[in-house]
Ligand binder design. Structure first.
Ligand SMILES: [Zn+2]
Length: 339
């Protein structure tokens, strides 16, 4: 039973499944799907993606359940790994978030999105960076008749509104103000019936740069992020009843997170939680993926769970086909739903 059908069943909604052509390759950097998307967003399904900028998963185990009740609720109830991977090429915020919405790797010559910079560049678009049309989870949801919103604590995320102006129905940016961003997102989750909401919280990354990643100040920021996550969970639980996907753009250890070959920088959490989602280890549920242990696999061959799996997990949960041109989770084989 495909994921979307199982999710629909879990919502007790009559399945209205359009047939979506599957991509034909497992090679994550070889695909160029030209999918003609005809499906509509599955009624009653919502997905909230939460990216905690610079979240080293060791912080979650170090602080534990008492300090982080909301993170641990997801870990204890959801489909979970604390051993997912960033993009191979760079452990920086904007390049990784661009992968998290396009499903592409970074390297342009390998079919990636080409966004290597990490600051707000006024006129830039992902399409200009890639040198070709680039689709995203936002544009796929839009084409299927759904609505998306993006909430971020960093101005450089405006790149996504410029790149998919119709796809990102609402963008809310408040620099370094995680509380304002969380409040706006929570209010929007309650008031609006969007298919997809992306929330980016930057406070842990900010504390990491100022005081060191995994420092006491950084851990205090992760603790504050837990309270903000709690607000989002209350908002989605009260009115929406959707699925939550929580991950990160990169980790961080010591003064920064820019060393692509350092475990503390390339290891991130990836957690899926919500109605119909089974509890357990994501790698145990997904034998087509390979737990990388402490290594940093190249983006070819059998893959670890990556932040770049996110967009095609979201489209799958919403009953839609993969993002055209995407390279990760192209066949939407990352399974999270209970049978
Ligand atoms: Zn950073």
């Amino acid at each position: 039973m495909p994921a979307r059908a199982r999710l629909v069943a879990s919502f007790l909604v009559v399945p209205l499944l359009a047939l979506v052509p599957a991509a034909t390759t497992t090679h994550p950097s070889a695909s160029r799907t030209a999918v003609e998307e005809t499906a509509a967003v599955t009624p009653g399904v919502r997905v909230l993606a939460v990216s905690i900028d610079g979240l080293n998963p060791t912080a979650l185990t170090r602080l534990g359940r008492t300090a982080l009740p909301h993170f641990w609720r997801l870990l204890d109830e959801g489909a979970t790994t604390l051993n997912a991977r960033t993009q191979y090429e760079l452990t920086k915020t904007l390049p990784n978030h661009t992968s998290m919405v396009t499903g592409r790797r970074i390297a342009r010559r390998a079919g990636g999105h080409g966004v290597r910079w990490n600051y707000e560049r006024g006129a830039a678009t992902v399409q200009k960076a890639a040198g070709e049309p680039v689709h995203s989870v936002f544009s796929v949801v839009r084409r299927a008749g759904g609505s998306s919103a993006l909430f971020s604590t960093k101005g450089k995320f405006r790149l996504f509104k410029r790149s998919w102006p119709a796809g990102v129905d609402r963008i809310f940016v408040r620099e370094q103000d995680d509380l304002a961003v969380t409040k706006a997102a929570a209010a929007d989750l309650v008031a609006r019936r969007r298919a997809f909401t992306f929330v980016h919280l930057g406070l842990a990354d900010q504390a990491g740069h100022a005081h060191g990643f995994m420092s006491p100040a950084y851990l205090r920021a992760v603790d504050r992020a837990d309270a903000l996550l709690g607000r989002l969970l209350r908002a989605i639980g009260r009115k929406v009843g959707g699925v939550v996907v929580l991950t990160a753009d990169h980790g961080g250890l010591g003064p920064s997170h820019f060393q692509v070959a350092q475990l503390g920088d390339y290891r991130i959490p990836f957690v899926v939680w919500g109605p119909g989602v089974q509890h357990g280890d994501l790698y145990a549920m997904n034998p087509t993926y390979a737990n990388p242990r402490r290594t940093r696999p190249r983006p070819v061959g059998r893959q670890p769970v990556r932040n770049g799996d996110l967009p095609n997990l979201v489209t799958d949960l919403l009953g839609l086909g993969p993002v055209p041109g995407s390279q990760f989770n192209v066949r939407q084989r990352l399974r999270v739903l209970a049978d």
